[in-house]
Design a protein around this ligand. Structure first.
Ligand code: PRT
Ligand code: ZN
Length: 285
């Protein structure tokens, strides 16, 4: 079978999770590979390790067929690419931040100011849409120190917890882009490769669904079961089995982790007991 070539980050914030996703999809790399390129043992896939900034270009040029990279980098590079799947890790946002003692009056504040960023294209596009003229100063690292050393009046940078911004005496005033890791693909792929891509995506999606969902088991009085089913309908419908104790049943269902925290109080109020929440390894719907 023709090999699909994927490009992932060599080292950094995306590396571990990208490898983990491949591993959970049943795709294992040979051990101790510090190499540029490596072939998977159990799937027709070659892995090319590069800096994250190069990933969109490699995929757009066809050097690789797919890549795993942050949406922020995809947006900045501006190549024509297909986003096949959002992966839910490396979440962050691109925001404008200003010195914290300034009373922020709104976007007009940035008119004529000097703004330091590693994402000039995204910022230029945003300002042009808003009709704001500012001086964009591109720097490649430690953007957050620029105002403190007099290099810029404000910054446009990645924010995650917000602590970097805060410890540099800045405050976040506008968020322009929300980002997470995504799978990108080249738009022009021959049918054979496309077939391998579909198989690859199928596996990734099964892993994604399983990590977002949990298997739930609980015991409840029979007369409450209809109400509980309304709250946790499951994949098709829940499994209900009688308990040895008269008048009680065990209910099994699948629900998203997020939903679980929403409904837990309702379940308890309805008399659910012995609630177990169990991880799912793979999920195919
Ligand atoms: O060497 P290479 O070029 O491959 O890696 P890199 O150094 O350019 O990127 P890396 O590994 O730092 O980040 C890769 C991707 O992770 C980014 O492109 C984002 O999509 C995503 N990501 C998620 C982050 C963060 N969270 C993050 N917090 N990237 C960077 N940061 C930095 C940010 O630059 C800032 O300095 O962390 C600081 C802010 O964090 P908080 O938590 O203090 O707000
Ligand atoms: Zn980078």
């Amino acid at each position: 079978m023709e090999k699909l070539r994927i490009t992932i980050q060599k080292s950094g914030r995306l590396h571990e999770k990208s490898i983990e996703l491949l591993r959970d999809s049943g795709i294992n790399l040979p051990n101790g590979s510090g190499k540029l390129i490596s072939a998977a043992r159990d799937f027709p896939l070659e892995i090319l390790f590069v800096r994250d900034d190069d990933i969109p270009e490699y995929v757009a040029d066809g050097v690789a067929d797919v890549g795993i990279v942050g949406e922020n980098v995809v947006a900045e590079k501006g190549f024509k690419l297909r986003i096949m799947e959002r992966l839910g890790f490396a979440r962050c946002r691109l925001s404008l931040a200003i010195p914290k003692n300034i009373d922020y009056p709104g976007l007009d504040y940035f008119e004529g100011l000097k703004i330091a960023t590693s994402y000039p294209n995204i910022l230029r596009k945003f300002f042009s849409e808003k009709g704001i003229k500012a001086e964009i100063h591109e720097i490649s690292g430690s953007v957050e120190i620029a105002p403190g050393i007099g290099l810029a009046d404000a910054v446009f940078d990645i924010v995650s917890s917000g602590s970097t911004i805060m410890s540099n005496g800045l405050k976040e005033v506008e968020t322009i882009l929300h980002s997470e890791a995504v799978v990108i693909a080249n738009g022009k792929m021959d049918p054979v490769k496309n077939n391998v891509l579909e198989k690859f995506l199928f596996r990734i999606r099964a892993v994604q669904k399983s990590t977002n969902n949990k298997y739930i088991l609980l015991n409840a009085p029979n007369d409450k079961i209809p109400d509980i089913v309304k709250i946790i309908p499951g994949m098709k419908s829940p499994t209900i089995m009688p308990l040895a104790e008269e008048g009680w049943s065990s209910l099994h269902s699948v629900l998203s982790e997020h939903k679980f925290w929403e409904v837990i109080d309702q379940l308890k109020r309805l008399g659910a007991q012995g609630i177990l929440v169990i991880p799912i390894e793979k999920m195919i719907v």
